[in-house]
Structures are given as structure tokens and as C-alpha cells.
Design a protein around this ligand. Structure first.
Ligand SMILES: Nc1ncnc2c1ncn2[C@@H]1O[C@H](COP(=O)(O)OP(=O)(O)OP(=O)(O)O)[C@@H](O)[C@H]1O
Length: 722
């Protein structure tokens, strides 16, 4: 059949003579004759237009073949179509034989110039866009697209890096669903392919603990795609951050059992998830946990060695072998993440919260010990020469989590093995004493009913609280100015107290310290936007704040590790080690990169190349790293991976002033500065007035001096505020 030029309209070998005549328009619809029509039933083809390209479809009703109609022109077609009543979008094609479908486009496009026959032809006829059919026919096989107007969109409930997720009502089946609008470039076949990979994998899986893909919404005209999922009220991060939530042991076991059962199903179906983390574990109103977000997932072949990218899994849940650059890995990567979740469920906060890959690995070694000599030799990991510590680290998982139940520690010990082989399998974990000894996992249906809670809700709460702080601070600044202006001697702290109280009254969450906020302020690993009082900080937060101030003071245009050996208050040995690592690697620049999500596994080398070129071409500090990070860092988990130096430069990073550090949030002058500033200003005015009195007789000089004082005072203010 070959390619066709943009305007020719070959419809099929046997109907070549009609090729210029078939110009039906509109989507594929089943038509029934109106009462006065002589026609019995017919399906008209669709000619859709998108991005300047046309797709032609000719369907022949098997029952009435021979009565196919070719329209001479659009007007004729419309006249004929008008005789029919559209009763439904076709959802079954068995009765129709697709003879030929021609797609031709003005622009280069997947499917451009292609004539689809057979299955692909049917797919286009069924209303799938040809850009999807062209490269992802397998993903939509046997399915028909749902139409957008069969859903009623409700709220936005999730914002992922690659998607926006909406709550919606399926009006046909009258039930709630989640619609995930996936972002991809439909002009780029690779991008479409990788989006389709998620669909393919999801369709392979069918388990109560794996999210179910119920359908796809698109149309031949559309360049976007929605994935339709069963609706889930919660995710684990959102749930854990609900104020006052503390999971019981049977509850933790219940969630872990479901997580591991879901993982076991994925793994036994040859699927690695590669992004297990709390926000991807969805929980419905009956307490059923489902693994979601298969955007990073891939097929794996246990007995074949296929190179895969190591840039997967959100930093805090990423196993050491990936940080060491492994490209041949297996189920153990998901088990490591599951071990992190287990620790998090007990401790109430993420357990390994590095800000950079180097720091993440360092934290892992400190907790789990560094790999044995035998492992270094056997694994031959790409970054081992860079990351192998000079001195081995001792494993202290049991000591660190000594307050947890012993069976939980024992399971963590297995799942957090440095050597992936020792992590065993999800099936093995499910048989561990953790699940076989009392207290047993509770039944999901017996779990408490929670108000809807999502990571996005937790974020919104955090943001609202931050906004309130900002409003409070701004009001405070305004108030201080007013106080100064009116020369009222009320102590500003009183005014602030009043303001705080009123803002608290307005905002019920103001004073609630969500768990995520606490994680941040405790660890200073995320960017919460809250004013943190150093006196009240834990040592960990203090350590980090020192890094921040170091960064600011030294105006280092590079991320953490270059200074963190010394700045984190580590032991001399650790500090030397980190400095050594940091000076030997540039990986810190790419911290938090969570995989080349749309990159083929085979493209590992290419990723390496782009990494190099990024290093070589871009001057440090000038580059907006976020543009190059496919999976950016808004969540605490991914946030852990952000290069920390960028943030202060963009006004979102931690800034230190006296005993307080500001972490993220709007750029506000710390309010203590306002006091100083105003005092200084007063002094300057007094000085100016004094000199003016002295120099009454020398107006020329006065003017000059006045100017000088003003400039000085501005200079002082700027310097102090900066
Ligand atoms: N079936 C669902 N029901 C309810 N909410 C959902 C559902 N699927 C996803 N969400 C919400 O949307 C968010 C983003 O979805 P998802 O993780 O699939 O997208 P993503 O773009 O891959 O995100 P990420 O950047 O976190 O990997 C989830 O964290 C979750 O809160």
C-alpha cells in the first residue's frame, strides 16, 4: 500500500476509482435510518482532522455490503448523514469489515502516510487516534476508546510529574473513577511508546493489590489520553500525614501484606514497578491498598541480562545497587523500597532521606553497612570505584530500630540487605515471622475509616500553613512599619501574638503540625517553607542548616556534597570520605533524577552521554536543573533529591538568619531584620538631624551629607537583610 501524498485519498485497491470521492467527516458512529430513510443501517467512516492531518476510514457493513455509499462531496455526505440518527458510538466492530483506512498528514507524525489494515485498521476505525495506533497498537488491542462526554469531571485529586489526576463520575456505570491525564508528546513516537508501556504493563496485571486500569479516553481527533482507574480515596503519604494518625501494628502488617502481595503479583508477571513509595500506594475506603503509578515500570526477564536504566526509583527509596549504577537488576529493587516503607510506617517518617545521590548512598552505608569485598568484586558496579568507601561501614539496622517489634526489624533487615540477592522475594517476605506471628495483620475492612487524604491534600495543607505564615509575617512587617510610623511604643511581639492568634482562628490548620511538616523540620531534608527555630531543632536539622549556611556564605555554585563532609558535622573520617567522593564524582548535580522515565532501557548509554554533555556544557549554577530532571521534586520523597544549592539561588532554599533559618517559601525579609533595620534607620535619621543642626550654616555640605547618610543606611539595610 505504501505511503500516500497528503492529498491523495487511496481508499483501497478495489475502490481506487472512488478514492477522491470518499470524504466522510465526523467520528465513527453507528447510524440508524430515520423513519423516512430508505436505508436500513449503515456505518459511515470517519474522517478526522488533527494537526493538519486527515484520516480516512471506510467501513463496510457486512450485512449490507454492496450498499456502501461514497459521497461526492461534504454537502452530500451531510445530507445523507442527516437522514440517520446517531444512536451510539460503535463499540463492537465484529459486524464490520474494515477494508482500508488511510491516514495522511501534512506534518510528520507517527502514522503519517500510513495505511492501516487489519487490527490497526480496526483500531483507527474504532476511534483510536492514528498516532497511538501507529506505535502502540498492542496497548489498545481489543479495547475501544471511551468518550470524554461519558464522564463528569469533578475535582483535581493528584498532580504527578507526568500527569494530572481528576476525580470523575463514570456516567455510564454510575461510579467514581480517577482520570489520569498523561503528559506526552504525541508527535514523538518514543514518547507515545513509553506512555503506552504503562498501559501495556497495567493490562498485564490483575490483582486486588494492583491498581486496575479500566479504560482509556481519547478520540480520533484528540492528541491527549486519559487513563481511567478505579477511584481510591487515600494514598499512604496522605493517610500518614493526617493529624493524629498513628498506625497500629496489625494495621502496618495489613498494609505491608497487601503491598508485598501486589509486588509478588507484579514480579511473577515479569513486571518491576521501579517507583514504590508512599504516594504510589493508594488505599480505598475499604482499606484495600493498591500499587499505582506504573509510569516507571518495566518488563524484566529474570534469565536474560537486558540492560536497564539505573535512574529509577525516587531517591529516598532507591536501593544501593541503583545508586551504584547497576543496569542489570531485578525484583530486589522493589523489595528495598518496600523495606523503606516498612521502616517509615513504624517510625512515622522516611528513614533514608538523602538530598543527593552521594548523600543517599552514604546514609545507606551508615545504616546498612557498606558492601562486602566479595560483593564489590561480584557486582562490578559501574560507580564502585567512585563510591567504595575507604573504610567499611558497620551494619546497624537492628540497633537503629531496636524499639520496633523484633519480627519487623528482622524483615527490615532482610529487605534492606545491601546485596540484592539477600532480599529474597516478596513471596518469601510474606512467609516471614512478621506475618506469621501475633499480632496478625488485621483485615482491611476492619481498618478505621479516614477522611479522604492524598499526598496532594497534605501538600495543600502545608502550602496553606506556609501561606498563613507568610501572611502573618507580612502583617507583622506592616504592623511594625505602622508602629514605627505612629511612634507607638507597643512591643511588636504583642502585636505579633495578636496577629498570630487571629490568623490561627482563620486557618484551623495553621497550628497543626502535620507529620510531613515535622519530617521536614526535623530533618530539614524537604523544603517546607516553615520558619525553623534552630534552638528547637534536632541535631539532624542543625547539621543540615549548617550546610545551608555554608552554601550561602561561600556562595558555592554547586550542590551539597562539596561542602557537606565538613558541614554536616560528620566525624572526621566520614567528612574526609564524603569530600573524597564528592570531589571524585559529579553525580550530586543529578541528585534526585529519577530515571529517564520515557527513555528506553536500551538508552542507558545515551543517558550517560546526556549526563556528560550536561556537565560539560552548562556552567554550574546557571543551569536550571529542573528542566533536565524528568521527575521533579515537589514531594518530600523526590524533594529529597533536589540539589540544595539551587534552591537558595531561586529563593526557595533555606536561608539562615541568626537563630532562625527559612526553608523555602516566599522571599520574606526575616522579621528580626525589620527591627534592626528600623532601629538603624532611626539612628541614621537622628544622626542626620544632628548634623543638620550643626551644619545649619552650610546647606551645600548638608545636602551632600544627607545623601551620603541615606545611601549608607540603604546599604546597611540591604546588607543586613541579605
Ligand atoms: N486511581 C486513583 N484514585 C485516586 N487518586 C489517584 C489515583 N491514581 C492516582 N491518583 C493520585 O494522583 C497522584 C499522581 O498519580 P500518579 O502517581 O499515577 O502520577 P505520576 O505523574 O506518575 O506521579 P509521580 O510524579 O508521583 O510519579 C497520586 O499520588 C494519587 O494521589
Amino acid at each position: 500500500m505504501g505511503c500516500m501524498n497528503s492529498k491523495s485519498a487511496a481508499v483501497g485497491d478495489s475502490r481506487g476509482s472512488h478514492k477522491e470521492r470518499l470524504r466522510p467527516k465526523g467520528s465513527l458512529q453507528k447510524l440508524v435510518p430515520r423513519a423516512n430513510s430508505s436505508r436500513r443501517e449503515e456505518t459511515v467512516g470517519s474522517k478526522s482532522k488533527y494537526d493538519g492531518g486527515d484520516v480516512k476510514v471506510l467501513l463496510i457493513d457486512k450485512k449490507t455490503s454492496g450498499s456502501n455509499h461514497y459521497y461526492n462531496d461534504q454537502a452530500e455526505k451531510e445530507r445523507i448523514v442527516d437522514k440517520f440518527e446517531v444512536i451510539e458510538t460503535i463499540d463492537k466492530l465484529e459486524n464490520f469489515e474494515v477494508t482500508t483506512i488511510a491516514a495522511h498528514h501534512h506534518h510528520h507524525h507517527p502514522g503519517s502516510g500510513r495505511v492501516f489494515n487489519g487490527i490497526k485498521g480496526e483500531q483507527v476505525a474504532a476511534g483510536w487516534p492514528s498516532w497511538l495506533v501507529a506505535v502502540a497498537s498492542e496497548a489498545i488491542k481489543g479495547w475501544i476508546p471511551r468518550r470524554a462526554n461519558t464522564f463528569e469531571k469533578l475535582d483535581k485529586i493528584g498532580q504527578g510529574t507526568y500527569s494530572s489526576v481528576y476525580k470523575a463520575r463514570d456516567v455510564i456505570h454510575n461510579k467514581l473513577v480517577a482520570l489520569k491525564k498523561v503528559r506526552f508528546d504525541n508527535h514523538d513516537p518514543e514518547s507515545v511508546k513509553f506512555m503506552a508501556r504503562e498501559i501495556n504493563l497495567l493490562r498485564r496485571l490483575d490483582h486486588p493489590n494492583v491498581i486496575k486500569l479500566e479504560g482509556l479516553i481519547t478520540s480520533s481527533m484528540s492528541c491527549s489520553l486519559y487513563l481511567v482507574f478505579e477511584y481510591m480515596e487515600h494514598d499512604l503519604v496522605g493517610l500518614a500525614s493526617l493529624p493524629g494518625i498513628k498506625f497500629s501494628e496489625p494495621q502496618i502488617k495489613c498494609y505491608m501484606q497487601q503491598l508485598l502481595s501486589g509486588l509478588d503479583h507484579c514480579h511473577s508477571h515479569g513486571v518491576l514497578h521501579r517507583d514504590i513509595k508512599g504516594s504510589n500506594l493508594l488505599i480505598d475506603s475499604n482499606g484495600i491498598l493498591k500499587i499505582a503509578d506504573f509510569g516507571l515500570a518495566c518488563h524484566f526477564y529474570p534469565h536474560d541480562s537486558v540492560a536497564m536504566t539505573s535512574r529509577v526509583v525516587t531517591l529516598w527509596y532507591r536501593p544501593p545497587e541503583l545508586l551504584l549504577g547497576a543496569s542489570d537488576y531485578g525484583v530486589a529493587i522493589d523489595l528495598w523500597s518496600a523495606g523503606c516503607i516498612l521502616g517509615e510506617l513504624y517510625s512515622g517518617q522516611p528513614i533514608l532521606t538523602g538530598k543527593t545521590e552521594v548523600e543517599q548512598l552514604h546514609k545507606i552505608f551508615k545504616l546498612c553497612g557498606s558492601p562486602s569485598e566479595e560483593y564489590w568484586r561480584r557486582a562490578k558496579l559501574p560507580h564502585s570505584t567512585v563510591f567504595k568507601p575507604l573504610h567499611p561501614y558497620r551494619r546497624c539496622v537492628a540497633e537503629t530500630f531496636k524499639d520496633f517489634p523484633s519480627t519487623a526489624v528482622s524483615l527490615m533487615d532482610t529487605l534492606l540487605s545491601i546485596d540484592p540477592v539477600h532480599r529474597r522475594t516478596a513471596a518469601f517476605a510474606l512467609k516471614s515471622e512478621f506475618f506469621t506471628t501475633q499480632p496478625f495483620a488485621c483485615d482491611p475492612s476492619s481498618l478505621p475509616k479516614y477522611p479522604p487524604s492524598k499526598e496532594i491534600d497534605a501538600k495543600l495543607r502545608d502550602e496553606e500553613a506556609r501561606r498563613q505564615r507568610a501572611v502573618g509575617s507580612r502583617s507583622r512587617v506592616d504592623m511594625e512599619r505602622r508602629v514605627q510610623k505612629e511612634r507607638v511604643s507597643t512591643p511588636s511581639s504583642n502585636s505579633n501574638a495578636e496577629l498570630t492568634t487571629s490568623s490561627q482562628r482563620r486557618q484551623p490548620h495553621h497550628n497543626l503540625k502535620s507529620r510531613s511538616q515535622m519530617w521536614y523540620s526535623r530533618n530539614a531534608d524537604g523544603f517546607s517553607g516553615f520558619l525553623i527555630d534552630l534552638h528547637k531543632q534536632t541535631p539532624a536539622a542543625k547539621e543540615n542548616s549548617i550546610v545551608f549556611s555554608e552554601n550561602n556564605r561561600k556562595k558555592v555554585s554547586h550542590s551539597g556534597p562539596l561542602v557537606y563532609g565538613a558541614a554536616f558535622g560528620k566525624s572526621r573520617k566520614e567528612s574526609d570520605e564524603l569530600t573524597r567522593l564528592s570531589s571524585r564524582t559529579n553525580l550530586s548535580k543529578f541528585s534526585g533524577l529519577v530515571a529517564t522515565r520515557r527513555l528506553a532501557p536500551e538508552a542507558v548509554n545515551q543517558a550517560g552521554r546526556s549526563r556528560r554533555s550536561f556537565n560539560e556544557l552548562e556552567p554550574a549554577g546557571k543551569h536550571d536543573v529542573r528542566r533536565h530532571i524528568p521527575k521533579t521534586a515537589e514531594s518530600p520523597q523526590t524533594g529529597g533529591g533536589r540539589p540544595c544549592i539551587k534552591e537558595p539561588m531561586h529563593g526557595r532554599g533555606p536561608r539562615r538568619n541568626g537563630n532562625k533559618i527559612y526553608v523555602s517559601g516566599p522571599l520574606l525579609a526575616p522579621s528580626e531584620n525589620v527591627d534592626q533595620l528600623l532601629k538603624q534607620h532611626n539612628r541614621n535619621i537622628q544622626e542626620f538631624t544632628r548634623r543638620a543642626r550643626l551644619d545649619k550654616t552650610k546647606p551645600g555640605k548638608l545636602q551632600a551629607q544627607g545623601k551620603e547618610v541615606t545611601e549608607n543606611s540603604l546599604f546597611v539595610s540591604a546588607r543586613r537583610a541579605g
